[in-house]
Ligand binder design. Sequence first.
Ligand code: AMP
Length: 380
Amino acid sequence: MPFSNLGLSIPLLKALVEQKYTQPYPIQQQAIPAILDGKDILGIAQTGSGKTASFVLPILQQLQDGGSTKNRHVRVLVLVPTRELAIQVNDVFTALGTNLPQPIKTMAVYGGVSINPQMIGMQGVEILVATPGRLLELISTNAVSLSAIKTLVLDEADKMLNLGFQEEMKKVISFLPKNRQNLLFSATLSEDLNNINRNLLRNPVVIKVEEEEKNLDLIKQFGYSIAEEKKGPLLRYILKQQKIKQVLIFTSSVHRADAVALKLNQNGIDAFAIHSKKSQLGREEALKFFKEGKVKVLVATDLMARGIDIKFLPYVINYELPRSPKDYIHRIGRTGRAESSGEAISLISPDEEHHFKVIQKKMGKRVTMIDGNAINLKGY
Ligand code: AMP
């Protein structure tokens, strides 16, 4: 089914062509007509499913129907767990709204940066993408009012709860008018989330998009058995031998992410670390340079990596294994997305061997192992 069958306007269809979205993803096929119809939505979907465009497109279309806004009274609120996701979602609104005859002002607000420019920038904003804490600050200073909200989106709601935003979410919801459309997206459902759903959603259309199993088949997986102290040289060997141009490297701690990036830089390989202890500006810059191909290596912790959306990531390297098999699948799922193949490489120290076997069993796939200790790493 083409996008043109979903009831979207010509300017939106034009933007889709420009963005090279040829066919709607399953979640878009289901969500777009339902949202245009005014229904509430419960979408169980991961990053990568196309969930963002599934709410961005119908929201942009609905706002075209007019209805003037009082200044600082936003009409759409998208609540997100992280700054990275806020920026990403805002970018999708901008990209897909680019051809609209009546431009719609959207803005992303999040903590960790000065609040003043956000307060000033709120003039004329119709769609606000916000993290909960900063939004509450803006409300308390009267920089924004939620009393005219027509549509509420909770994006990655499970992550918002995991990050401890439950009280903030409740408080934000208490500022909203009763009559509104609610769209809730989450990768998983939990008891806590079900409680929120029950209070929030009215007779929702439930859309469930399973994580694509077949995706794993697109990913070539290798493991190198290697002594812990030789992981650094082996990493540099792999990066150089395979002439890797863009790679996301996972570590399990902030400290290790910094150490790995530092060592790579000392060895002439441009690398940035991205994690929760980095400044907001540092994180944004690292992501921007990585996306533009100016930096080829990004070293990240799991939490940070979730928000990174890059269309095609050819390589993922696990410098250390994650604790849960689910996280492993998440990590390697960053490559081989959208029908392009990718490669996932794991560096396995003797201490991690047993855990790697458990991961393979849970995943239902065996990973080809290479003896890294037999490789001559002199000079790396
Ligand atoms: P999301 O799950 O919203 O983070 O989207 C995942 C990725 O898929 C993003 O890079 C989008 O730009 C891309 N995408 C979303 N919908 C489509 C589509 N219909 N065709 C091609 N790419 C898409």
